[in-house]
Write a protein of this length. Sequence first.
Length: 242
Amino acid sequence: MMPDSYTLYDVIDGTWPAAAFQTVGAFKIRDGQGGGKRVSAATTLRSDWTGADIHAAEDAMRALGQTSLFMIREGDELLDVVLDEHGYTIVDPVVMYAIPVRDLARNVPPRVSTFVVWEPLAIAWDIWQSGGIGTGRWKVMHRAKGPKTSVLGRWDDSPGGTGFVAIHDGIAMVHALEILPHQRRKGGAEKMMAQAAIWAEKNNASHMSVVCTVANDAANGLYRKLGMTEIGRYHYRIKPED
């Protein structure tokens, strides 16, 4: 059975974790420490939130030095409307995909074209940094508990790309998949995803998952080409004055 949206929300938290969590009223507050929206956005814990809960969440995020940012998930339609009325704008709509690990792992990549390595090699950090994936996100990778690894791709006799994969409750999720500009459109990303699935299968994961912004046409095309199923969507609401 394919995982549902709520399962993947938990997988995001487990494989790409914030530095700390706190409960403020009806919201979960994440201390992102520069790791991006996924680890900095507030989310609902209950459906009976009030305006006072929203204000308390805003104060808590500001106290952390963060922008007022909420993740709008399935079931958060009313929150979406209320935040819109308070001047919050939509940013980064995201698609969540999943596929049974065995379906992806059958596409065994050629020898020495992909490698799984933890900790990541220096060249992997260089590739991430060249794509804007800096220290804050590297710290997120190190915080992840449970099985995790980096995937390094090499083709045309030179490094091609890298990615991070971790497992939470039997579901693997790939993050920070970065292909060097001159190495794109050569099939390397497919090989790296297959290698990630082979690693995940060896570590007893049942499914592979990813999240991707709607605007990233290349990545969405890749995941659909691999046969991954769209599981759900979410987006963020951000307060411009923050």
